[in-house]
Write a protein that binds this ligand. Structure first.
Ligand code: MEV
Length: 321
């Protein structure tokens, strides 16, 4: 009622699934990410006192509560980057949309992009996608500590993206990839709300402590990203699936998987998925299975649902939303 009368800013950001290279990408290894056809939407009004957030996203139980402090910090970071003093700002922020707030599918980045766009509109700022991406990257630091920038990039631009972080602080490599046609996937949610910041910091710490084990794994992840790029270009989906399996093994080696993720990955493979791996920060959150054609997608999704897990049926490589 209120929202229909008072002028407000609006914005959206895409959810995403990392197909190759999560965690490794933080350390400068290339990764491949696909936006999905679900968004977080935001509305912002200059009204009230202080900053209030009405978070109506549907998602994993406990997500909103667990992420509340990080969300507050992320909004403050965002406002500062936009030249707005968070101490003096009076804003009502509403969050919704059809992207569930599960860990691993870019819910935080999608919300940051959506909020940044909505604030820009409400403050009558005309900002390029590049600028929105920069603002969302600042916000992501609250959730991921030292984010690579892959999540906010997918949330801003959509599509299938080859991403490489520039470790010297220069511009990251962001290349749009195209595939012959979109391919069905299933995203399975363990229901565990994971802390990306802790997961990212854990990998960095273990790598520092044990370079003999970790450095060769990082090299394998790099080779794998290039091979996967070629397989996607050739639309060799069996190969893409095998490489996803291989990527999951590397993620297990760097200790970011967990028994629930391994369980869902195995279940998907048993049902005939071409490949399956955890996606995002791990430690809970989500996995992704490559399931070309509706029948296979349905078989994998139903098997997970029968076991009580929540799933998303979507596609990678969608060009138009
Ligand atoms: C989280 O979706 C992906 C990570 O690689 C963190 C990042 O790249 O910022 C774990």
């Amino acid at each position: 009622m209120f929202f229909g009368v008072v002028p407000m800013g609006r914005g959206s950001g895409f959810g995403k699934v990392i197909l190759f290279g999560e965690h490794f990408v933080v350390h400068g290894v290339p990764g491949i990410v696909s936006a999905i056809d679900s968004t977080t939407d935001a509305e912002v009004k200059k009204i009230g006192e202080g900053i209030t957030v009405r978070d109506e996203r549907k998602g994993a139980r406990g997500y909103t509560e667990k992420k509340r402090a990080q969300q507050k910090e992320s909004i403050e970071r965002m406002l500062k980057t936009m030249g707005i003093d968070p101490e003096k700002a009076s804003l009502e922020i509403w969050l919704g949309g059809n992207l569930p707030s599960f860990s691993g599918i870019g819910a935080s980045a999608a919300s940051s992009v959506a909020i940044a766009r909505a604030i820009a509109e409400e403050f009558e700022m005309v900002l390029s996608d590049e600028k929105i991406n920069e603002i969302a990257y600042e916000a992501e630091k609250a959730y991921a500590g030292t984010p690579s920038g892959i999540d906010n990039t997918a949330a801003t631009y959509g599509g299938l993206i080859w991403f490489k972080r520039n470790l010297s602080g220069g511009p990251n490599t962001i290349e749009k990839l195209s595939i012959r046609e979109p391919v069905e996937i299933v995203i399975g949610n363990t229901g565990i709300v994971a802390d990306t910041k802790e997961m990212v910091a854990g990998v960095a710490e273990r790598r520092k402590r044990n370079p003999e084990k970790y450095n060769p794994l990082f090299k394998q992840a790099e080779d794998l990203a290039f091979t996967a790029r070629k397989a996607l270009k050739e639309f060799d989906l069996r190969k893409v699936g095998e490489l996803m399996n291989e990527n999951h093994r590397l993620l297990q080696e760097i200790e970011v998987s967990c028994k629930e993720l391994d369980y869902l990955v195995n279940l998907a493979r048993e049902q005939g998925a071409f490949g399956a791996k955890l996606t995002g920060g791990g430690g809970g959150g989500c996995m992704v299975a490559l399931t070309p054609r509706r029948e296979l997608q349905e078989a994998v999704a139903t098997a997970m649902e029968k076991e009580g897990f929540r799933v998303l049926r979507t596609k990678i490589g969608i060009q138009k939303y």
